[in-house]
Structure formats: structure tokens, C-alpha cells
Write a protein that binds this ligand. Sequence first.
Ligand SMILES: Nc1ncnc2c1ncn2[C@@H]1O[C@H](COP(=O)(O)OP(=O)(O)O)[C@@H](O)[C@H]1O
Ligand SMILES: [Mg+2]
Length: 362
Amino acid sequence: MKPFLLRVLLLAFSILGISLLHYFTPLHLHYLHDIFQRFYYLPVILSSLWFGFRGGLACALAVSVVYAPHILFQWGEGFALGMEKYLEIVMYNVVGGITGLLAQREQSRSRELQRTAEGLEESYRNLRENSERLIAIEEQLRRSERLSTLGEMAAVLAHEIRNPLGSIRGTAEILRDDYRPGDSKYEFIEIQIKETERLNRVVEDFLRLARPQAVVPYPCSLRDELEMILILAAKNANDCKVHLSMHPQLKSLDIIGDGEKLRQAFLNIVINAIQATPVGGSVTISASLSDSTCVIRFKDTGPGIPPEIRERIFEPFFTTKRDGTGLGLAITKKIIEAHGGTLEAESEVGTGTTIVVRLPAS
Ligand SMILES: Nc1ncnc2c1ncn2[C@@H]1O[C@H](COP(=O)(O)OP(=O)(O)O)[C@@H](O)[C@H]1O
Ligand SMILES: [Mg+2]
């Protein structure tokens, strides 16, 4: 509103100024009147530039109204002279109208250009979003391709490694029988057996991750599966002197899913939590239903996961443990996602970690 008022005032003052010049300049100074007459074009053109067709015309009319008495009453006589002056008045109006029209067209064109530019910017943003999404999908595709080649390799590897591993273990056990516990050879053979077990575990985990996981869904109770986890992991927790519990006692929480695979997934999470928790700490499992989603939380009082690796813990082969395979959470993620669920880690360094699993309820 302010610039509008300022402009109108400016126009009014300039018209007034020019008119005063006309009214107070003696009539015999012809050439001055001729010059002043042309000054009127300035406010007319300015007004049409600022306010378009109607603005130009209004200003020209205003000029006509204040200028006309000067011609009528001061010049008065001489038809030819009067004619010229009246023609000038007509010209003010023509110039005001035409300039206003042109300015208006220019303005609407520049508005249109601006709209086009905004549209372009919008589509550029869309394009960038889409291409980012595309890159993400491509990355996913590459990963799953890698995994499917891994799958084939895994099948071969499993065959090539497990059988000889079985023989090594079997013969080591036979050899061990020749020695008594405490004998250094007995200990060496024990190590051998433990290491074959570890290798076997790696191969098995690897297979589990790489093989296409066919989820066989059936109605099952999450509570039953989680209670089973408590039993399965009890020995582990005892060995590590970690308190493992379920809290609070759950209602049944029914889902349609592959209970066996889910148990595997939960077990991986719980074992990690127990391993991360120091002696005397606790691992607590809780589950609840919200908006037809089952939310299962595995909370531990371990050291937490530093933010810089929080995203990486679900990657295959990512491990911070000396004898870890880095496959546990990758398998878990695959299983949860095959159930249409999500998996995430909430963690605060020094306080603990909560792994949150969300599964659609039946
Ligand atoms: N509850 C947890 N607390 C702290 N770190 C964890 C926890 N769970 C997983 N991690 C981190 O994630 C890594 C990957 O876990 P996982 O895929 O199960 O492989 P692995 O147990 O063989 O190392 C672990 O090495 C560990 O650094
Ligand atoms: Mg693990």
C-alpha cells in the first residue's frame, strides 16, 4: 500500500507543479508553454508504467482536467492555437492508454515467465528427487545381485567346506579321547574342535543370508516365540551374568508369519544384546500393539552403538567382534523385511541400545 500511495502522491505533485508553471507563466512566453506542455507526458507515462492501462488513462484525464481551464480561460482566443492545445490533450490520453496497455502486457508476460521459471524449478526438484530415488534403488539392486551371486557361491562353498569340516571335527574328537583334560595336547585339540564349530557357524550364517529366504506364513503368537527366545538364550545370559527378562508380561499378539524364521531373527538380536551387556547388566524384551503394528523392543544396558556405525550394523559382514561374522543382523533384517516389517537401532553411547522391530499384526 505504501509504495502505491507514494507513487500517486508523486504523480499528483508533478501534475500540480507543471500546471502551476502553466498558470503563472506569462502568456507571451510561448516557447516556455510549449516546453511545459510536454512535461505532462512524464507523469502520464510513469503512471501507465506503474498502473497499466487504467492508471495511464486516469492520469491523462487528470492532466486534461487541470490543463483544460488554462486553455479555456487564459488562452481563450485564437481557434487554431486552441485546436493545437486540445489536440495535445487528446495525445495525453492516447499515450497514456497505449503505454498502459503495453506495460500491462509486459507485466503479464513477465509474470508468466516467472510462473514458468517456478514450474521449471519444481520439475527440476522432482527430477532430482527421482534420480536420487533411482540411485538408491540401483544400489539396492546391486546389493541383491551381489547377494544372489553370493547365494550360488554359498551353495558351492557350503558343500566344499562343510564335509571336510565334518571329517576334521570327527577325527579331532577321536584324537581327543587319547588325552586327558589338562594335557596341553587335549587343549589344542579342543581349540581345533571349537574353531571347526566356528567355521561351521560362519558357513551356516552365510548360507542363511545368501539363500533366498522363503517365508512360510502361518498364524503364530509372538508371545510364544519370544518366550521361546527366553528359554533358548537363558544359558547364554547365565554364562555372561546378564539378567534376561520379558517385561511386562505380554498378551498374545497374533501375527501371520514364519515363526521359525522370526525366532531366528529375535535370537540374533538377543544374543547380540547379551554379548554387548557387561556383567550384572540386563536385557529386557517388551512388546506392544499400536495401530495394528506389533512393536517389539530389545533393550540392553550395554555400551551403545556409536552414531557413525549405527547404519552399518545391518550390513552383511559388518562386525566389531574379534570372532564375529557380521551376518546376524543382516539375516535378521532380511527376515523382518520379508514379513513386511522394519528394524532399527535406537542407541545412546554409554546408556545402552534398543533394537526395535515392527511387524504388521494380523
Ligand atoms: N545390542 C548391541 N549393542 C551394541 N552393539 C551391537 C548390538 N547389536 C549389534 N551390535 C553391533 O553390530 C555389529 C553387527 O552385529 P551382527 O550382524 O549380529 O554381527 P556379529 O554379532 O557377528 O558381530 C556387532 O559387531 C556390534 O558391533
Ligand atoms: Mg551377532
